[in-house]
Design a binder for this molecule. Structure first.
Ligand code: NAG
Ligand code: NAG
Ligand code: NAG
Ligand code: NAG
Length: 249
């Protein structure tokens, strides 16, 4: 997890390919693809720690919705994340947390197949910082806010668990906290198993962090990403639909 930053930095520097007219598959370790309101990236930042491959396919876009799949098989380095194939919203960023009115998000996903002993999460990765603009996992980052809708095989977020079974936005979470490079990681892990149809207002999470975890309300939202961090095993993850929108006051 500690090299996370380096890799995202590389990924954001990758060339974005032209938008597809039919489903298009990314096979290169740091390939990215324009995906409507989003950019889909492979981001295989931890691949050096294992052996395997991963391919991500954009299926469709429709307004603020995106549908995609990622097909992966990774072995060795059971405690190392191999990649963070993800979609990042192109414009839902650049506002102070205190100026957000709502941030509705809906994520419907499933594993079409998964191997025995799979170790992987399915997660949001949200970045905030003091500058209005900043790439994920850079010196512009103050907080990395993860939301784990799935965490299989006994994997754990950065840091240690500081709270259990807190209720926010109609779901129960275990909250993990710890430092990574120059930013703080706060990870909300579903306390009641996988959530495969997730529909909340992300502002409930932001408000909780401001009121209860000392996050400065003047922090700027710099990026919202969603994807998966595989450690080992193999799977076909299908994102039927994902959307996020940020509305300011
Ligand atoms: C996923 O990858 C496996 C192994 O390469 C392949 O057999 C399978 O056809 C792929 N499935 C999809 C939907 O890409
Ligand atoms: C990814 O694509 C490459 C190139 O087509 C292929 O060799 C590999 O088996 C694929 N991996 C998966 C997991 O589908
Ligand atoms: C962040 O890093 C860049 C590149 O290394 C450097 O130019 C910039 O001054 C740094 N900014 C801060 C606030 O440290
Ligand atoms: C919150 O951030 C603002 C702007 O960076 C700063 O002026 C203020 O001192 C911070 N407040 C706290 C309590 O850290």
């Amino acid at each position: 997890m500690h090299l996370f930053g380096l890799s995202v930095f590389i990924a954001t520097a990758a060339v974005v390919l032209a938008a597809p007219s039919a489903p298009q598959t990314l096979t290169g370790a740091f390939d990215c693809l324009a995906a409507g309101a989003y950019t889909l990236c492979q981001n295989q930042w931890g691949a050096f720690a294992g052996v395997g491959s991963q391919n991500s396919t954009l299926l469709s876009t429709n307004g603020n919705k995106v549908s995609w799949t990622t097909n992966w098989t990774w072995a060795e380095g059971p405690n190392n994340v191999k990649s963070y194939a993800n979609v990042i919203h192109n414009t839902a960023k650049g506002m102070m947390l205190k100026d957000i009115k709502t941030a509705p998000t809906n994520w419907i996903w499933q594993y079409k197949s998964e191997s025995e002993g799979i170790r992987a999460d399915v997660s949001y990765d949200i970045w905030t910082g003091v500058p209005q603009v900043g790439d994920p996992a850079t010196n512009a980052s103050s907080y990395e806010i993860m939301i784990w809708l799935s965490g299989l095989g006994g994997i754990q977020p950065v840091g240690s668990q500081i709270l259990s079974n807190i209720e926010i936005a109609g779901h129960e979470w275990n909250l993990w906290k710890g430092p990574n490079a120059n930013w703080e990681v706060l990870s909300f892990v579903s306390a009641k198993g996988e959530i495969r149809d997730f529909d909340i207002d992300l502002n409930k999470i932001f408000e909780y962090l401001i009121e209860n975890q000392g996050v400065n309300s003047t922090q700027y939202l710099q990026a919202i990403q969603t994807g998966t961090e595989p450690f080992v095993g193999s799977a076909l993850l299908y994102i039927e639909s994902f959307s996020v929108d940020v509305k300011t006051k």
